[in-house]
Write a protein that binds this ligand. Structure first.
Ligand SMILES: Nc1ncnc2c1ncn2[C@@H]1O[C@H](COP(=O)(O)OP(=O)(O)OP(=O)(O)O)[C@@H](O)[C@H]1O
Length: 310
């Protein structure tokens, strides 16, 4: 175990009966970084996170989390990590303060009253602390959940789809907080289905069917996919989109806002196809492929079913 690794796991396998949910996953994550965990529904993200934090015993594999053995020292790991589950929930009929106080008692935190005061103040909810938690919006509930799981100052935060169903502004606020925590030295592994969130991570790990398909920084993952993308703008893109699908050398045709993205592995072939499309008022330029296109290409390369979307 290198001291600098918060997570150092090798060959993690988890079987549920005849189902292999995680199939030999390795993760070496340095301390202090923010990593994104991506993959379609059911690809094994939650199961991997649970094995890392000692909540679930691996069927095979070994490793350490914060220097503790994941199979033997689960209790130590639980104390030093903050785990926000997908359905992290509060008692809607208790006040904001009562909820925070409850979590503080669970962690047996010293200076209970002061810690709770500070947590509520940092959240900016001092004036609303006597309101029922159930009255908070989805975004606020998630911020409160984050405050609760970080109250004991864990070294590692494991966040399982913390922003699912939260509006864009609240997601941005949530991510600002994640980066603030990271600046204070916390290591953060966060699972998400949102590509814009993946772009905010130092590194991403992409799982499909329990297998790690790719790992790297966003530019590395895009480069690894070997894709080239051309962006078309103009009146004619809607009609053109249908004609371009399935043309030789064109692997993906997708709308991004009002523009059309056309991708493939050979830029010359794509250009040739685009040049043939006369009579449409569309301007083309080469752009960076999107992360989503890169994942689809990498999954196809790995022989995974690309119809299963995140
Ligand atoms: N306790 C369990 N018993 C049986 N099967 C399980 C159990 N937990 C998970 N699975 C199965 O293991 C696979 C991986 O599930 P997991 O929840 O880890 O995926 P995920 O990537 O987190 O998905 P999502 O994005 O939907 O949260 C799925 O097929 C799931 O049905």
């Amino acid at each position: 175990m290198t001291q600098d690794l918060a997570i150092d796991v090798h060959g993690l396998v988890k079987r549920f009966g005849s189902k292999t949910a995680v199939n030999g996953v390795d993760i070496q994550m340095p301390r202090g970084e923010v990593w994104g965990f991506l993959g379609p529904n059911g690809s094994g993200k939650t199961t991997t996170i649970r094995m890392i934090c000692g909540l679930l015993k691996a069927s095979e594999g070994r490793g350490q989390c914060l220097g503790y053995d994941i199979q033997k020292d689960a209790n130590r790991i639980k104390v030093e990590t903050g785990y926000m589950t997908q359905k992290f929930s509060f008692w809607g009929d208790m006040t904001i303060r009562e909820n925070i106080e409850f979590v503080a008692r669970l962690y047996e935190l010293p200076n209970l009253r002061r810690t709770v005061d500070e947590t509520i103040e940092k959240l900016g909810l001092t004036n609303r602390q006597k309101q029922l938690a159930g009255a908070l919006s989805g975004g606020w509930k998630q911020r409160m959940a984050l405050a609760a799981v970080t109250m004991h100052n864990p070294q590692l935060l494991l966040l399982d789809e913390p922003t699912a169903g939260v509006d864009p502004q609240a997601r941005r606020d949530f991510w600002d907080e994640i980066h603030e925590l990271s600046l204070k030295g916390m290591t953060v592994l966060v699972s998400t289905h949102y590509m814009d969130e993946a772009e905010r991570c130092d590194r991403i790990v992409y799982l499909a069917n329990g297998n790690k398909i790719v790992e790297g920084s966003v530019p590395e993952v895009i480069e690894r996919s070997g894709l080239f993308t051309f962006k078309g703008e103009g009146q004619g893109i809607r009609r053109l989109a249908e004609r371009l699908k399935g043309q030789p050398g064109i692997e993906h045709v997708a709308y991004f806002g009002a523009a059309l993205h056309v991708s493939g592995v050979n830029p010359e072939t794509i250009r040739a196809v685009l040049d043939q499309q006369t009579g449409h008022d569309v301007q083309w330029k080469e752009v960076r492929p999107s992360l989503e296109d890169a994942f689809i290409a990498l999954m196809a390369e790995a022989g995974e079913d690309t119809r299963v979307h995140a």
